[in-house]
Design a protein around this ligand. Structure first.
Ligand code: GLC
Length: 451
């Protein structure tokens, strides 16, 4: 059992990463303001948090039935799924993961959609579904301006994607065209949805007071249930429904400078070298695509200042994106007084000369950066909970950071408790497979409605 402690120099330098109550209060005020700007017709164009209308208006009741296909694009992998909802909370699912090579993520839109169509066609053939015309839910986890459940125009690419010729186009139409070019599969696209919408639906299937869906994975975002009269961009039929799901796209919060007061040199450098400079400011402070790199930038700075590793790093440590986000979870997963995982990670980085004190410092840096991410997500979630002002709310959450980081759930529970109004009770739960099962549920609810 090691007694090594965090050094004063590191503790002081990490102070800027800690969000105290005053800062969180300010973040929540600014967050709410952006949400309101996003919802209003007049101010929507200049709002950072766009609050897109999803046209999903019914939550599932657990009785949905039928076979559905789903496509899931937008995380680390692309997946095709076949989901059989059997009613009464029962379902079966088969899925296949397909790689999307970087050349496609950064290539042309038609290449991307041809690739998706090809994977879908192969899946259909493998499962001998050629003769069925199955409804399909398309989970497309990027900012979409929707004009209906099956019409969504891409506003910007986020995460690692940047395919030419897709922004401002209807992605459902692009997929249909790609399928038409092949001509070998029959499907009916019933809905296009965001992964946060799927997460909310998937959680709401069993948990009838689920009102928020959150992703803390490769990217970060939330959707929530809003009253139709507040969603000024809603221009669907007057169908007597009182609520609609809003995809906030909160990842863009801070793009106008609203978070400059908490950004650090690591955030600025991260942004400078990213493929979407100046965009997705808060996403770059929260999500898994960036968390490891933020830690690496801090480690580099402290190594150069002689505060870590006796001033001596390694080639890998100085190489961008070589400190993976999973390392943060591993290092923080070490039991107190042990640095077993930490030494393993350092060896992977080619650092063999670290001491216990280095490890204590590294763990502290990881904790500061992951806690900041958890607290920023908490500020967003608490703002939405207070805004909805329901007596009891469940928040469905998914994504690799939430799933695998050892303290993320507890950090969020603890912080949100201090931020929501006293009369509101809330719970946070893992929402399993929103992008798959959630997509089937959106398609199911949509086809229930159509009937
Ligand atoms: C990015 C996308 C958003 C998605 C989130 C989580 O922020 O823009 O649509 O929900 O990542 O995958």
């Amino acid at each position: 059992m090691s007694t090594a402690r965090v050094s004063e120099g590191i503790r002081d330098a990490c102070q800027e990463l800690i969000l105290d109550d005053k800062k969180i209060g300010e973040i929540m005020t600014r967050f709410l303001k952006e949400i309101q700007l996003g919802l209003k017709k007049e101010t929507h164009a200049k709002a950072d948090i766009k609050c897109f209308v999803t046209y999903v208006q019914d939550l599932p009741n657990g009785k949905e039935r039928g076979k559905f296909l789903a496509l899931d694009l937008g995380g680390t992998n692309f997946r095709v799924l076949l989901i059989h909802l059997k009613g009464d909370d029962d379902f079966e699912m088969q899925s296949k993961i397909y790689a999307i090579p970087q050349s496609i993520m950064l290539g042309s839109g038609s290449q991307l959609f041809d690739h998706i169509a090809e994977c879908l066609a192969n899946f259909i053939k493998e499962h001998k579904l050629q003769d069925e015309r199955l409804p399909l839910g398309f989970t497309f986890s990027f900012p979409l301006k929707q004009l209906g459940l099956t019409k969504g125009f891409l506003i910007r690419w986020t995460k690692g994607f940047n395919c030419e010729g897709v922004v401002d186009h209807d992605v459902v139409e692009l997929l249909e065209e790609a399928l038409k070019r092949r001509g070998d599969v029959q499907i009916e696209i019933c809905a296009v949805l965001n992964d946060t919408t799927g997460t909310l639906m998937s959680c709401g299937w069993k948990n009838h007071d689920c009102r928020i869906g959150v992703i803390v994975g490769t990217g970060s975002n939330a959707c929530y249930v809003e009253r139709v009269e507040n969603a000024e961009l809603y221009d669907g039929p007057d169908n007597g429904k009182s609520h609609v799901l809003i995809n906030t796209e909160w990842g863009a919060f801070g793009d106008n400078g609203a978070l400059d007061f908490i950004r650090t040199e690591y955030d600025r450098e991260m942004d400078e070298f990213s493929i979407n400079k100046g965009k997705q400011t808060v996403e770059k402070m929260i999500s898994g695509m960036y968390m490891g790199e933020l830690v690496r930038l801090a480690l580099v700075r402290f190594t150069k200042a002689g505060l870590l590793f006796g001033g001596q790093g390694s080639d890998l440590l100085f190489k961008r994106y070589q400190f993976f986000t999973k390392y943060v979870s591993e290092i923080e997963g070490d039991s107190p007084g042990s640095f077993f995982n930490c030494y393993d990670v350092l060896e992977e980085l080619g650092i063999f000369h670290a001491t216990d004190e280095d490890c204590a410092n590294i763990r502290y840096i990881c904790e500061c950066i992951s806690s900041r991410a958890a607290h920023l997500s908490s500020a967003g979630i608490a703002t939405l909970i207070n805004k909805m002002n329901e007596p009891s709310v469940t928040v469905g959450v998914d994504g690799s950071v939430y799933r695998f980081h050892p303290r993320f759930h507890d950090l969020m529970m603890e912080k949100i408790r201090t931020l929501v109004h006293d009369h509101i009770s809330f719970d946070i739960m893992l929402s399993e497979d929103g992008s798959g099962r959630g997509a089937a549920l959106v398609a199911a609810v949509a086809s229930r409605d159509a009937q």
